[in-house]
Design a protein around this ligand. Structure first.
Ligand code: UDP
Length: 330
């Protein structure tokens, strides 16, 4: 081990080969950390981090965090971002989703305690379920069906928050909880079913845009660089209670489909499909707390972000664009 390796801050990022995880790897490499990426590659893809493999301050561990996690050497920080995150993923692999939120979080909290590391866990706006309070503030306790199809994700993340606070209170562990609202950007899987890659893939393949329900449900989309900046500020803060990070610029899904049509200049039709069960009717983060304690606000407008992601999807090889079938999980 060289002297420089010893002096760099060391961070473990789980879910490193996923959308958020891979951007976090890039960010911390840029900040000159030693980054240890971990992923079981169920929904992640090594091509998201292959550009880091030759760097001396990056290493990758192919590991499932629901089993005991061992990392040699010291650790200063842990970011737990391993989890299926798209509704069709967690409906297809519900048990894995529950396990990574519950058992995975437990293992990583244990590792953080052992190493004396600060840990930040990736929670979600889904802890608010189909919210009856709008916009959602951190003190709202949510409206989640524990036995509904989305319960496997929502309750795993709610358990994640509970066990994280228990380690904080009982063991004095330094913990941070970010509640992530719909985030989009390059490296989302075109076929992961979420609305941004779904609409963009449809436009690029010349297909109709599928709006679920009547499209009156709302979401608020945050660009990846804003999300990463918010996560970094939270990690470096001394704030242990959950913090919403998202962009409060709300849109209905129908308006969003029309915006995609307008920005892409296509004349493909919008078609309506059944609304999935328990699909939240409205979602918009109240980010007053993040503004106050982190001095953070999102910077990238939706229009700007959409153009960037379109450019990314356009740059993908044709076979990837046409690979519509949802991937089979191992
Ligand atoms: N949606 C849609 N068409 C699609 C995919 C999604 O209308 O092809 C809707 C979905 O029903 C939801 C919203 O877009 O109301 C956002 O869905 P997504 O799966 O991206 O994430 P969610 O916010 O529901 O977790």
């Amino acid at each position: 081990m060289t002297h420089t390796t010893l002096t760099k801050k060391r961070i473990l990022i789980t879910g490193a080969a996923g959308f958020l995880g891979s951007h976090l790897c890039d960010f911390f490499i840029e900040k000159d950390f030693h980054v240890i990426g971990m992923d079981n590659l169920i929904t992640g893809d090594l091509k998201n981090i292959s550009h880091l493999f030759s760097l001396h301050n990056f290493e990758f561990h192919h590991h499932d965090v629901t089993t005991f996690v061992h990392v040699p050497g010291t650790l200063d920080y842990i970011l737990h971002f391993a989890s299926p995150a798209s509704p069709i993923d967690y409906l297809k692999i519900p048990i894995e989703t529950l396990k990574v939120g519950a058992l995975g979080t437990h293992n990583l909290l244990g590792l953080a305690k052992e190493k004396g590391a600060r840990i930040l866990v990736a929670s979600t706006s889904e802890v608010y379920g189909d919210p009856l309070v709008h916009p959602q503030t951190e003190d709202y306790n949510g409206n989640v069906s524990p036995v509904g199809p989305r319960g496997v994700y929502d309750e795993a993340k709610r358990f994640m928050e509970s066990i994280t606070m228990a380690y904080h209170r009982f063991h004095g562990l330094e913990t941070r909880i970010v509640r992530i609202f719909n985030t989009y950007g390059p490296r989302m899987r075109l076929n992961d079913g979420r609305v941004v890659p779904a609409f963009m893939g449809q436009v690029l393949r010349g297909e109709d845009l599928t709006v679920f329900g009547d499209g009156s449900q709302t979401r608020s989309f945050c660009y990846i660089s804003d999300q990463v900046a918010g996560i970094y500020s939270l990690l470096m803060s001394d704030y242990a209670d959950p913090v919403n990070i998202g962009n409060p610029h709300e849109t209905t899904i129908l308006e969003f489909a029309q915006e995609i049509q307008r920005l892409s200049g296509t004349d493909q039709k919008i078609v309506f499909k059944p609304l999935p069960q328990d699909d939240p009717l409205q979602r918009k983060p109240d980010i007053s707390l993040a503004k106050k304690v982190l001095d953070w606000t999102p910077k990238v407008s939706r229009e700007e972000g959409i153009v960037k992601v379109f450019d990314y999807f356009k740059s993908l090889p044709l076979e990837e664009l046409n690979a519509k079938a949802h991937r089979d999980f191992k």
